[in-house]
Design a protein around this ligand. Sequence first.
Ligand code: ADP
Length: 422
Amino acid sequence: MNILVINSGSSSIKYQLLDMDRERVLVTGLVERIGEVHGGLTNRTNPGTKNERLIQRSPTIPDHNSGMRLVIEQLIHGQDGPVVGDISEIHAVAHRIVHGGESFRQPVLVTEKVIEAITANVVLAPLHNSANLEGIRVAMELFPDVEQVAVFDTVFHQTIPPYAFLYALPYELYEKDRIRRYGFHGTSNKFVAGECARILDKPVQECNLITLHLGNGCSVTAVKNGCSVDTSLGITPLEGPVMGTRCGDVDPALHAILHRNRGMDIEAIDTMLNRESGLKGVCGLNDMRDIHAARQKGDEMAQLAFDMFVYRIKKYIGMYFAVLGRVDAVIFTAGIGENDSEVRESVLSGLQGLGITLDKVANDRCPDAWMRINAPESRVEVLVIRTNEELEIGRQAVEVLSQELVRESPFWAATLQSGMVS
Ligand code: ADP
């Protein structure tokens, strides 16, 4: 089964065509700068194999519809021959949706009702959900005969109990406006939790984990018996550790102080906290690689930003140890988590009291799909696992489609049960 995974942003569309029978990436690509004079298309066929082909172009891409048409053109009439002979060889389209609110506890087939519910959640994530909806609309128009599946970043965290997801605000704000912690990076968390269970050779339902998703956006999640029980990102992806340009945790009275003392309005404050804060706010740099380069030259502000980044993550590890009681593994993932041995070493230093001891030599290696970096005497395993959100979205889409087949056709139910189709 070939599934086209779409991650539609406000000015970009990331895509992957996956052969889900072999869990192989056929094509991966990015349409970017939609709406600008010079757009961008990067399309990689057979990535990571000796047959890899890269195409890069800068056409004007006025809107998402033309962007998606460009994607289809690459798949069917690519310069190096078609990836699929016909659009009918794309069996389903799976969409990454950032905010499912409380409406979705699992991935679903897209219907008019589902679109309505995603639209209702636009207030919670205006930029993200509007762009995701645009992706759905365009895909429905261009693939009219193909099932569309919506996979939500928030779903994995729907197991968090009320005492952990509620903010201590007047309760009616939750009842009327659904103001609460939702959490994000759920697809990544589900993927790495599954991989971790496989590595530990344990059912995921028996795994207690602390996941450190450290990329541009950062989050820490406590996973108990395979389910999320707390996470650092909140009603929006702003709360928690220090991030590239986002502030993470601050005293909420900050808004009033900035307004009163500096006359800043709410839009200006929001922009500052999301785009001009975090590592960038402290030292002017938001990419961890640049921060290391600056630290090496003796830049004290870069060092301070690094120290703040590490310290905040360490605090979350301590909190989630207390939440979980027993921890089987700490997992590092995403851009910084997977690649930055110095961040990993600094985050874990001094945690022997919690049963965590790092193997520094192992930590300095570069992971393939995963690697173990704890010393043999460490009570807690420490794993670096490369996340793969697209594959997880593909897997969840296959699950939704199989359930749908079972619901619609007893014949399929019997066939699936007999194991004749995987
Ligand atoms: P996103 O949250 O946008 O998905 P990623 O998970 O791709 O982000 O992470 C991007 C960040 O990862 C970059 O901003 C950079 O700070 C960091 N990063 C990527 N590669 C490395 C590396 N080799 N060493 C240190 N940091 C890295």
